[in-house]
Design a protein around this ligand. Structure first.
Ligand SMILES: Cc1cc2nc3c(=O)[nH]c(=O)nc-3n(C[C@H](O)[C@H](O)[C@H](O)COP(=O)(O)OP(=O)(O)OC[C@H]3O[C@@H](n4cnc5c(N)ncnc54)[C@H](O)[C@@H]3O)c2cc1C
Length: 569
């Protein structure tokens, strides 16, 4: 097979990947752009986003306020130049998305509707009922079809990044339909592979969110940034982890404990249900310690009560919440409160990039949840991340296009040689029948349990050390993994094994970064260091992969106009 060579190659067809592909195609119509995705783009996790996308759209709002909310929400770890660029470009991106066909919900007077969201001072979250991600992804996907320059590799699974002479020159990918492992050459690669919630046992994230892109970059020497910050969303369904969107609190829903109290008055009286996610998730844990939560077959929970909103508002603004609650817990929120508890939702950390999505490795870029451009710091505000995918997807697409224009295409012989090694690695590691084999599912379950134990809502030195040790042992055991299925067509056991490899790397980076940060900030809450320590830790962590295990370095935070102060609501 001839090796295809592209100017800009996107790994990922979610909001960030498609926005970047459009930006690259628009930057120069002569460029040849490719989108590789392990699922059809419309099945990317973006499709399941419910609540909305933040942008300043009203006369009572302003860019400085959106910046301040984001920076305070981040517990002062966001880079402020990044935040300022974000809030400005979020406006144009949101309007452009409507022109591309995104049906934002509207008020009676015809203006785009906005709703309240946690940690935002005013209503600024645009939405399309509570199926925002579906509509956004649809608008992006259909727009991407306009460009002949964009080639798609649907259901191709990227297994590695190819590097020649220190520069990224393409990827190797498994064609899931045939089982073949091929090189796809590229002058630039943009990682848009989304988050990695599946390294934890209990998450709102789709099964395809395994930290693939983070591990791909980490393996070629690119550092991961701020990996210790993991967002728990306070309202997932017990059992499945399915999300009850924050919009249900934005529209006025209450959180109630087993005493019938709106318990947030004890923890965050100024904001109540509209507080940021880290604080609300911790409040649940405190209530649990006090025995003020319900006990169910899937563990403890509290109530999300929407009854006072009435059927009309629920059907108009939260139809999906009603549908999910009915289908998954047999509860109609018009009549009864919904059981909810905190679940892993989002990774603030990811592939280290600058403000344009460029990584330290020449030719490699990243955007969306897989990246850490340093917008979200230690805690993301809900509804900032869909807009983040647009703003920084567009930036990464444009700068990668520019760089591609200045670069020679990689040679087919180099690509083929590099790919031969990867093909051999996969065949020898996974597809040879062997004795004494480890099972993918066992290692995955043990990894998830270790992550919840050591890197959950509350953390301390001793349990985190145990988690790091467990992960090291699991990496060892993973070398002995074997598969029952050695067939070639849609071998999902093979992709599960490759995903487990990615997750173990991302989990190790996360656990070590968490162990090394001896303070509490945003979502990273240490029982042994309860205060934020700006003297020592007002800095980003950068985790590098080494033979001896993950190594942490630090990078200063960019402060422009907002000096760190106590985070009060
Ligand atoms: C249930 C839910 C609700 C949410 N609601 C909101 C909300 O209301 N507002 C908000 O701002 N944020 C929300 N978020 C967060 C937000 O949706 C995500 O952060 C964002 O959509 C991520 O987009 P992305 O393009 O970075 O990645 P994704 O949409 O996750 O796409 C990743 C892409 O990478 C591809 N990929 C991954 N690995 C590989 C590989 N090895 N080879 C090839 N392709 C690969 C996948 O096929 C996919 O196309 C929500 C998240 C969840 C889980």
């Amino acid at each position: 097979m001839d090796i295809p060579i592209h100017d800009v190659l996107l790994v990922g067809g979610g909001a960030a990947g498609l926005r970047a592909a459009i930006a690259a195609a628009e930057a120069d119509s002569g460029l040849n752009v490719a989108v590789v995705s392990k699922v059809y783009p419309m099945r990317s996790h973006t499709v399941s986003a419910e609540g909305g996308a933040a942008a300043v759209m009203r006369e009572y709002d302003n860019l400085d306020l959106h910046s301040f909310d984001t920076i305070r929400g981040s517990d002062y770890l966001a880079d402020q130049d990044v935040v300022e660029a974000f809030v400005k470009e979020a406006q144009d991106e949101s309007i452009q998305l409507e022109h591309w066909g995104c049906p934002w919900s509207r008020d009676e007077d015809g203006r785009v509707s906005v709703r309240a969201f946690g940690g935002m001072s005013v209503k600024r979250t645009l939405y399309a009922a509570d199926k925002t991600g579906f509509h956004m992804l649809h608008a992006l996907f259909q727009t991407s079809l306009k460009y002949n320059a964009v080639t798609r590799y649907d259901e191709w699974f990227v297994t590695s990044l190819l590097v020649d002479d220190g520069r990224v020159c393409g990827v190797t990918a498994l064609n899931m339909r045939s089982g073949g492992i091929h090189a796809i050459g590229a002058k630039t690669v943009i990682i848009c592979t989304g988050g990695g919630g599946k390294i934890f046992p209990f998450t709102t994230n789709a099964a395809i969110k395994n930290g693939d892109g983070m591990a791909l970059a980490y393996r070629i020497g690119c550092p991961l940034k701020d990996m210790e910050f993991v967002q728990y969303h306070p309202t997932g369904l017990p059992g499945t982890g399915i999300l009850m969107t924050e919009a249900s609190r934005g529209e006025g829903g209450y959180l109630v404990n087993n005493k019938g109290e709106r318990y947030l008055s004890e923890y965050i009286p100024g904001k109540m249900e509209l507080g940021p996610r880290d604080i609300l998730s911790r409040a649940f844990m405190y209530e649990m310690r006090e025995g003020r939560v319900f006990d169910g077959p899937y563990g403890n929970y509290v109530h999300l009560d929407l009854r006072h909103l009435g059927e009309k508002v629920i059907d108009e603004k939260l139809p999906f919440v009603r549908e999910l609650a009915r289908n998954y817990v047999g509860i109609d929120p018009v009549q009864e409160p919904i059981p909810v508890r905190p679940v892993v939702h989002y990774m603030m950390g990811g592939v280290h990039t600058d403000i344009n999505g460029a990584t330290p490795v020449p030719g490699l870029y990243a955007a969306g949840e897989a990246a850490c451009v340093s917008l979200n710091g230690a805690n993301r505000l809900g509804s900032n991340s869909l807009t983040e995918c647009l703003v920084f997807g567009a930036r990464a697409g444009a700068v990668a296009a520019e760089y591609a224009n200045s670069r020679e295409a990689p040679g087919p012989d180099t690509l083929e040689n590099l790919t031969r090694d990867e093909r051999r690695r996969i065949e020898q590691t996974y597809l040879q029948p062997r004795n004494g084999r480890e099972r993918v599912a066992d290692i995955r379950t043990e990894m998830q349990a270790a992550m919840e134990r050591g890197a959950g809502i509350f953390r301390d030195e001793e349990t985190m050390k145990e988690t790091c040790e467990t992960l090291k042992n699991l990496q060892e055991r993973f070398r002995n993994v074997g598969l029952d299925d050695t067939s070639s067509v849609f071998n999902t056991e093979l992709t599960a094994a490759l995903e487990l490899g990615f997750m173990l790397d991302a989990a190790e980076a996360l656990a070590h970064a968490a162990l090394d940060r001896k303070e509490s900030r945003g979502s990273h809450s240490r029982s042994d260091f309860e205060d934020r320590d700006d003297e020592e830790y007002l800095k980003h962590s950068l985790t590098y992969r080494t033979e001896a295990g993950p190594r942490t370095e630090y990078l200063p935070v960019t402060i422009t106009r907002w000096q760190p102060e106590e985070r009060k609501y």
